[in-house]
Design a protein around this ligand. Structure first.
Ligand SMILES: Nc1ncnc2c1ncn2[C@@H]1O[C@H](COP(=O)(O)OP(=O)(O)OP(=O)(O)O)[C@@H](O)[C@H]1O
Ligand SMILES: [Mg+2]
Length: 253
């Protein structure tokens, strides 16, 4: 349902220089799939995600959701940025109610619905506080709840757990997989962390090279639901070695 057709991105740098950052990239992502995009810094992951979300236009090529071209940000595609983006002047609950009110739901009903999303991310006790009173991990949860409240079909996540400590990060990974399994959402999750890509994904897409292109599209054959025990599955070690080698070769070129 998410079609990426020969997407290329070139940036103008200065007056006379055009920098070819990405592509051509062709991908088909199915309904309800959890796809992770893995690649080293600068290979074009954020650029690709921004194009998928309609935040940037491709130089050539196109993106379609359910056969409809993505030309600007819309409700079907929800984005969670690397740095949690919340309105600082609104409480956590008001932040989450905002996209619901944008759909025309009256404030009291929107606040009620927002409470449900807050529950989903384990922040039910923090509705009345302001974002600056939360820890980084909690802010990231609140941002996720606000994006879920948009009721998108596709959730786009750009290294959302990059700034978290190792333990919180693992908790968030497990929570996200639980939420995804009960929601039927399609998720495209960008990371440069090999273990995270394997743990989360049905499929790992490796971006590499200059310009960045798809150098591997690998199905991850690990049972669900996944837990910390999954990480000691011998297959995980094989996948790790495989992706490590791919990234090493990509950065050597
Ligand atoms: N607006 C822009 N103008 C010029 N060049 C850009 C622009 N945005 C990105 N680039 C370049 O495109 C390339 C890809 O950038 P991008 O941010 O997509 O990388 P990334 O894979 O997300 O890296 P990271 O893992 O560090 O976040 C980089 O070389 C970057 O310098
Ligand atoms: Mg990036």
């Amino acid at each position: 349902m998410l079609h990426i057709n020969s997407v290329v991105k070139k940036f103008q740098r200065g007056k006379n220089h055009i920098f070819h950052a990405l592509g051509p990239v062709d991908l088909r992502i199915g309904d309800g799939e959890f796809v992770t995009i893995l690649g080293s810094s600068g290979c074009g992951k954020t650029t690709l995600l921004h194009i998928l979300g309609g935040f940037e236009t491709p130089t050539t090529g196109s993106v379609e959701v359910d056969g409809e071209a993505v030309v600007r940000p819309g409700r079907k595609l929800g984005m969670v940025f690397q740095e949690a983006t919340l309105f600082p002047w609104k409480t956590v609950l008001q932040n989450i109610a905002w996209p619901i009110e944008q759909r025309g739901v009256r404030r009291p009903d929107a606040l009620n619905q927002a409470t449900e999303y807050l529950d989903k991310v384990g922040l039910h006790r923090f509705g009345m506080v302001y974002p600056h009173e939360l820890s980084g991990g909690m802010r990231q949860r609140a941002a996720l709840a606000r994006t879920l409240a948009m009721q998108p079909q596709v959730l786009l996540m750009d290294e959302p757990f990059g700034a978290l400590d190792a333990q919180t990060r693992e908790e968030m990974q497990e929570e996200l997989t639980r939420m995804w399994q009960s929601s039927g959402l399609t998720v495209v999750f960008v990371t440069h962390d090999i273990s995270e890509a394997i743990f989360l994904g049905d499929r790992v897409i490796v971006l590499g090279g200059k310009p960045g292109t798809v150098i591997e599209d690998c199905r991850i054959d690990l049972p669900r639901p996944r837990s910390q025990a999954t990480k000691s599955d011998p297959k995980v070690l094989e996948y790790r070695a495989h992706f490590w080698e791919l990234l090493r070769r990509a950065s050597a070129n």
